[in-house]
Write a new protein. Structure first.
Length: 309
């Protein structure tokens, strides 16, 4: 992998912080931020390089060679940014989502809208198949955002293993967040209970599922990028477009459910500002959507600068 300066690793950590901030927001994927900040393919390559061959390399050539083979400097810098962001911003974003939801959703709506243009711009050739998979990706993502969560009281090891695997796949796939997938699967309550009860066995099983899902899915995505890059970009562009329904700023809540002491919305309807129950705050919402849009332009510039250097 390429040699980087301290400043470049600092920029990677800042991108990790942006990913962490996105993952805190239900419905926004850190994978989207990774993509628009220009590190998505390197992230997939680095994750997919962790395999049994890496263990053999560790045994034969030692830690230094293994560290280099998995691009660990990049992963550590990125994960550090994600970790710091989640710890420092989780309470703030949760507070804003509760008290200023339209403002938060408007910012991320503008951000994700601009990211569609960024991803689609990288498609070098449009043809019938490219357009078709773009449309199918958009329809699939939109359909997912309209699904009602399953009602599940399960906390069996196999259930949490599969939930962890699927949630982490969503987290690195631009469009839908891992937390949203947990809610859809009906796994949100069991996961909260496992954490609240400090059931380290079930938490570990969830973590193992996440690791298996991450290592497996990253290899699939890497293969798709290597062999069908245009079609993969088209699907991802469509997927991000379809996911906009989840982060539309104006929603009327139709049904909620309590998960322990946490109230989670399980059914809502996207409406026009005029039909919104409450103050639509249209001017502020448009302003923050523009700010989100501009953030993507800045991230693109930073990504291009990093690639040049």
């Amino acid at each position: 992998m390429q040699q980087r300066t301290f400043t470049q690793y600092l920029i990677i950590s800042l991108k990790g912080m942006a990913m962490g901030a996105a993952d805190v927001v239900p419905g926004v994927s850190g994978g989207t931020i990774a993509f628009i900040s220009g590190i998505y393919e390197e992230l997939l390559t680095s994750i997919s390089s962790i395999n049994f061959a890496t263990l053999k390399l560790l045994k034969t050539d030692g830690i230094k060679a293994t560290w280099k083979a998995i691009n660990a400097n990049f992963l550590v810098a990125l994960l550090a940014g994600i970790f710091v962001s989640i710890l420092s911003l989780a309470k703030l974003i949760s507070y804003l989502l509760e008290h200023k939801p339209i403002m938060v959703w408007s910012f991320f709506f503008g951000l994700v809208l601009a990211s569609i243009l960024y991803v689609a711009k990288q498609i070098t050739k449009w043809n019938f198949v490219t357009v078709l998979v773009f449309i199918l990706g958009a329809i699939l993502a939109y359909y997912i955002t309209t699904l009602q969560p399953l009602i599940s009281e399960h906390s069996s090891p196999m259930f949490l293993f599969l939930a962890g695997a699927l949630a982490i796949c969503a987290m690195i796939l631009p469009g839908i967040s891992g937390a949203f997938i947990l809610v859809l699967l009906g796994a949100y309550k069991p996961v909260l209970e496992a954490i609240h009860n400090r059931d380290f066995k079930l938490i570990a099983i969830l973590g193992v599922g996440a690791i298996v899902g991450l290592l497996s899915f990253s290899k699939i995505l890497k293969w798709l990028f290597s062999n069908y890059k245009n079609y993969t970009l088209a699907v991802l562009s469509g997927f991000i477009l379809g996911s906009l329904n989840k982060i539309w700023p104006w929603k009327n809540v139709l049904e909620t459910r309590m998960y322990g002491d946490k109230e989670v919305v399980i059914k809502e309807a996207s409406v026009l500002p005029a039909n919104f129950i409450g103050e639509p705050q249209i001017l502020s919402a448009i302003g923050l959507a523009i700010v989100g849009f501009v953030v993507i332009l800045l991230l693109e510039k930073i990504a291009n600068t990093s690639n040049v250097s």
